[in-house]
Design a protein around this ligand. Structure first.
Ligand SMILES: Nc1ncnc2c1ncn2[C@@H]1O[C@H](COP(=O)(O)OP(=O)(O)OP(=O)(O)O)[C@@H](O)[C@H]1O
Ligand SMILES: [Mg+2]
Length: 327
């Protein structure tokens, strides 16, 4: 079934002074989609989101929502809500008043607000917390209140700018799952920002990888991971090796680098370094021509000695040709 396009960015350009921050962003987003803008610091993610929210005006290009051009529409007239990284709750209002704030502004009758707030508390699994003050909550709980406060307004599109950035890793993982569950339940379109590739892969229907104001590739997580179009995308999502040979560049995932004994291991390499991180053994090799290749394995050790030599290789289908953007 073909879904409706809810939001379109068409040729969005933005400069701050002499600096071009967005150089022509084109992106179509479907209704109910969870799409993540992924990219390193300064690549233009927040600026893109602020343009969608109406907090920033593009120099050229259009923002189309539900078929209507909203490029010049005021922020508060857009059916869009934003959740920022540092959950700015009103500190002297209870959790319930924080969540109900948007409805109160819109003059929704009190009993309706109370019912809606109760529903939201259930949704973010904070039943019974309505009368607490924000200062009496953990970081994760506060962030859930911030999300409830945005969701209660039933926006067509929810913009989330690194909403889990301030949380520790364990809570972050837990909140990723909760947010994803919430999004599926509500069916709201989420445009989510992170610079954490693992978070993007875990949560998104689609990932849009940005680099220096350019949208390099948008696709499902497995598409971006297994079929990166550029060397930047290959390196950023899943940290692949980039091997340059002839006039071409190839992305080779660290887990696909074979060592010793396998028939594909036709290249001689020096073993520069072995390290252990995140449950994985990583081995850094240097090929005869000086290029470096990293291999990764689950396990604590491999029968390979630092300072020694080894034969490495990969199956031909695991060397994916990519456009070389020098990254
Ligand atoms: N109001 C502004 N005036 C001048 N430059 C700005 C302004 N806002 C953003 N920039 C610049 O635009 C670039 C993109 O900023 P943006 O905030 O969109 O990046 P980002 O991808 O969200 O980065 P991060 O991951 O660090 O949040 C940066 O170089 C930033 O310094
Ligand atoms: Mg940002």
């Amino acid at each position: 079934m073909k879904k409706n396009t809810i939001l379109q960015l068409k040729g969005i350009r933005k400069r701050f002074g002499e600096t071009t921050v967005l150089s022509g962003i084109d992106l179509s987003i479907e209704e109910g989609e969870f799409i993540t803008l992924l990219g390193s610091s300064g690549c233009g993610k927040t600026t893109t989101l602020r343009i969608i929210a109406g907090l920033e005006t593009p120099d050229s290009g259009q923002v189309i929502l539900d078929g209507a051009d909203i490029t010049a529409l005021e922020p508060n007239k857009r059916p869009v809500n934003t959740v920022f990284q540092n959950y700015a709750l009103f500190p002297y209002m209870t959790v319930a008043d924080n969540i109900g704030y948007g409805l109160k502004i819109r003059k929704v009758p009190k009993p309706d607000i109370a019912a809606k707030v109760e529903e939201m508390l259930q949704l973010v699994q904070l039943e019974g917390y309505g009368s607490r003050m924000p200062g009496q909550l953990s970081g994760g709980q506060r962030q859930r209140v911030a999300i409830a406060r945005a969701v209660v307004n039933e926006p067509k599109v929810l913009l989330l700018d690194e909403p889990l950035g301030a949380l520790d890793l364990k809570l972050r993982r837990q909140m990723q799952l909760e947010l994803k569950r919430l999004q599926k339940k509500l069916g709201t379109t989420f445009i989510y920002i992170t610079h954490d590739q693992e978070e993007a892969i875990n949560m998104s229907d689609r990932i849009a990888v940005m680099h220096q104001g350019v949208l390099e590739q948008a696709g499902a997580p497995n598409e971006v991971y297994y079929h990166p179009k550029t060397s930047y995308v290959a390196n950023f999502v899943g940290s692949a090796n980039i091997l340059r040979e002839g006039n071409a560049a190839y992305a080779i995932r660290t887990e696909n680098v074979l060592m010793n004994g396998e028939p594909e291991c036709t290249r001689e390499a020096a073993v520069l370094e072995k390290s252990f991180a995140g449950g994985q053994l990583r081995i850094l090799f240097q090929l005869r021509d000086g290029q470096r290749i990293t291999a990764s394995r689950y396990g604590l050790d491999a029968d390979i000695r630092e300072g020694g030599a080894c034969r490495i290789g990969w199956r031909p289908e695991h060397a994916v040709e990519v456009l070389d953007d020098g990254q």
